[in-house]
Design a protein. Structure first.
Length: 231
């Protein structure tokens, strides 16, 4: 490996084994250069590559420096959101692909939620449905509540990776914003949310999966050409 790659690999290994802890400030570029016996530009290149990989974040200023990122499923969700936003903004993904991805992710979420959901999660989802019934379709809460509902179902699955992916997908696309949201469509989607919760609360994995699949098929049917996103 080239010197930059060697330094990058050694810093990465030190992060993985906890020598450099999450959130910790790394030694200065000069100190790292002395430590690894390389030039400061080589260290700077290595740190830049690690920043691109999401392991290090660089903060400018006198009190700044290079810090080990806190890498967990919440951080993963944020990185996924940013990456998905770029792809969507560039117009290289169509609504149909978003819909297919949602089905791949959210139908298993609903099935797992029927197995793992606790009463607090069920109550929270029911509260969201109650709020959805009371608000006007023009309210910005429509999109927020829809995202919250689907995130709770993902959280109830007990799988943190699914939470990260579903949360990122909803945060980027805000699916309800590209629906042809007539009063009839809005009413039907709320009823579908209620059916999902009923099946989850009953612990019926098959019914929960089918309820989510039916909901996503309905959303797909009433979607416009492609989502608009904001980063």
């Amino acid at each position: 490996m080239r010197p930059r790659e060697q330094v990058q690999a050694q810093i990465k290994a030190a992060i993985y084994d906890g020598t450099f802890a999450q959130g910790e400030k790394l030694p200065s570029e000069n100190a790292l250069a002395d430590m690894f016996g390389v030039s400061r530009p080589t260290v700077r290149e290595a740190l830049g590559a690690l920043a691109t990989a999401g392991l290090v974040r660089k903060i400018p200023g006198a009190s700044g420096g290079s810090f080990v990122r806190e890498v967990d499923t919440n951080a993963l969700g944020r990185m996924l959101k940013d990456s998905l936003s770029h792809v969507l903004q560039l117009g290289s993904v169509e609504i149909d692909e978003v819909s297919q991805a949602r089905e791949v992710l959210e139908v298993p979420c609903a099935r797992l939620a029927a197995r793992h959901a606790d009463q607090a999660q069920i109550d929270a989802a029911r509260d969201i449905v109650s709020q959805q019934k009371r608000i006007d379709l023009s309210s910005p809460q429509v999109s927020e509540l829809d995202q919250q509902f689907h995130r709770i179902i993902a959280e109830a699955s007990g799988n943190r990776l699914l939470v990260a992916f579903v949360g990122a997908l909803h945060a980027c696309t805000a699916p309800v914003t590209y629906l042809n949201l007539t009063p009839e469509v809005g009413h039907e989607t709320i009823l579908q949310h209620a059916h999902i919760i009923k099946a989850v609360e009953a612990g019926d994995e098959l019914a929960s999966a089918e309820a989510m699949r039916d909901h996503l098929a309905y959303v797909r049917q009433w979607s416009r050409d492609r989502p608009t996103t904001e980063s």
